[in-house]
Structure formats: structure tokens, C-alpha cells
Design a protein. Structure first.
Length: 241
């Protein structure tokens, strides 16, 4: 198999298969089959020399499950494995759960690779509390001195609009408003999902599409109070009627 950071041994170790045929395709006799199964078992056991190897194996097994749940690309998986290995080498995994640190690494990798996955998405996929993922994210961000780009609010608009099933006209109007918001630097320091939800609500008012604050808030994973506060900021800063 090709080398990969997302395997505890980086894909460099040997592997004895469980097939019951030899290299020529002939079926093994029962005695030889039992012997090969025993060798395969000891081959697997011999690869875990330390608790570090066992921890990496468990972490990357969970990462493989998360890859399918969240639809992660191979590039994001490799980036996550690199961040997790770096965290383990700095002893940042000590006293923390494997799933919690791994979830934080996935979130950082998604941010760096430009894939839109929220903390809520990753927390739900990894069965870890959002608070724990957020806490581990701050630890990795500070201790590893990572340069993490901000989320693109335009991608947030597309995600929320698709969940609420808004029309293309409303989406285009929201993109136009968000472009003005970013140009006026109103988005600085604002939560991208909350800002996107407020822009979509404003766009719905302008296009006349019926929608409630509650439905947009649920789709964006924010509160209705957040939408109202951001909405007031947009009205005052963009001088809207």
C-alpha cells in the first residue's frame, strides 16, 4: 500500500493476509492454514510496540470512520493525521480523549484546506461535546502556533440556503449583500454562520420570499437573538431601509 500519515505505521510494515491459498493458488491444508493464521495474529501484535502506537492506531481508526461520516477528502485526512501526530509529539494528547483531540484536528484541517465543516458538524460526527472540541481546538491552535484562515462567509450562505431550500434569486441577492459586507469590513470579528444567517434573512425580506428567523437560525446552528443583533448591525452599517 502507499505511504500514509493516516496509518500508525505509515503503511511501511508487513502484513500477512488471511487467504487460505498459497502463491500458486493452491488451497492450503488444514495444518498449514492454522499455522498461517497464528503467524498473522502475531504479526499484528508485534506492530504495537508502545502505548503511542496503540494510541495512533485507535485515533486513525476513528479518523477513517469520520472520513465516511463527514465526507472528508484524502488531503484533509492526511492533514488531520499530521496535526494529530504533531500534537502527540508535544504531549498535548495527555489528559485528553483521543476522539476530542482528533475532532479538533479535523476542524483545523478543514479550516486550512477550505472545506466548510462547522464545530457542530464535527462534534456530532465524532460523538464529542461541542465544548470539548472547542477547548481542544484552542489548545492546539495556541500550542502548535498554527495559522488558521477564517471561514468564508460565502460558503456559509450556500450551506444555510440549501438547508432552508431558498430560491436562487434569494441566494444571488444574499451573495451580493455579503460582498458589500466584506467590502465594508463589517464581517470582521463576527461569527461567519451568524452573519450568513442574517444576510440570508435580509435577502429574503428584499426578495419577498417567506421565511422565519427560527428556520434560518436552526439551519445555521445559531440563536434568533444572534440573527436580530447582526440584522441591526447590517441595517445601520449599510444604511438600509
Amino acid at each position: 500500500m502507499p505511504e500514509s500519515l493516516a496509518r500508525h505505521d505509515m503503511g511501511l510494515s508487513t502484513m500477512i493476509g488471511r487467504a487460505d491459498r498459497d502463491a500458486s493458488g493452491n488451497k492450503l491444508d488444514p495444518t498449514m492454514r492454522i499455522r498461517m493464521n497464528r503467524l498473522a495474529t502475531w504479526d499484528v501484535r508485534s506492530q504495537f510496540h508502545s502505548p503511542k502506537d496503540r494510541s495512533l492506531s485507535e485515533a486513525f481508526f476513528q479518523l477513517d470512520v469520520l472520513k465516511d461520516k463527514l465526507g472528508l477528502s484524502d488531503g484533509i485526512v492526511e492533514k488531520t493525521a499530521y496535526i494529530y501526530r504533531k500534537a502527540q509529539s508535544r504531549n498535548l494528547t495527555r489528559g485528553r480523549t483521543i476522539s476530542g483531540v482528533l475532532a479538533a484536528a479535523v476542524y483545523i484541517a478543514c479550516r486550512e484546506m477550505g472545506a466548510h465543516r462547522t464545530l457542530d458538524d464535527i462534534a456530532a460526527g465524532s460523538n464529542v461535546k461541542r465544548k470539548e472540541v472547542s477547548k481542544n481546538f484552542r489548545v492546539l491552535h495556541t500550542s502548535l502556533d498554527l495559522k488558521i484562515p477564517q471561514q468564508d462567509p460565502m460558503k456559509c450562505i450556500a450551506k444555510v440556503a440549501n438547508i432552508v431550500k431558498l430560491s436562487e434569486k434569494t441566494k444571488r441577492k444574499a451573495a451580493e449583500i455579503m460582498s458589500n459586507v466584506m467590502k465594508e469590513e463589517i464581517s470582521a470579528g463576527k461569527d461567519p454562520m451568524g452573519l450568513a444567517a442574517s444576510v440570508l434573512y435580509l435577502s429574503c425580506i428584499k426578495t419577498g420570499e417567506p421565511v422565519t428567523q427560527m428556520s434560518i437560525a436552526r439551519a445555521a446552528g445559531v440563536t434568533e437573538v444572534t440573527i436580530r443583533n447582526r440584522f441591526k448591525d447590517l441595517k445601520s452599517n449599510l444604511q438600509l431601509n
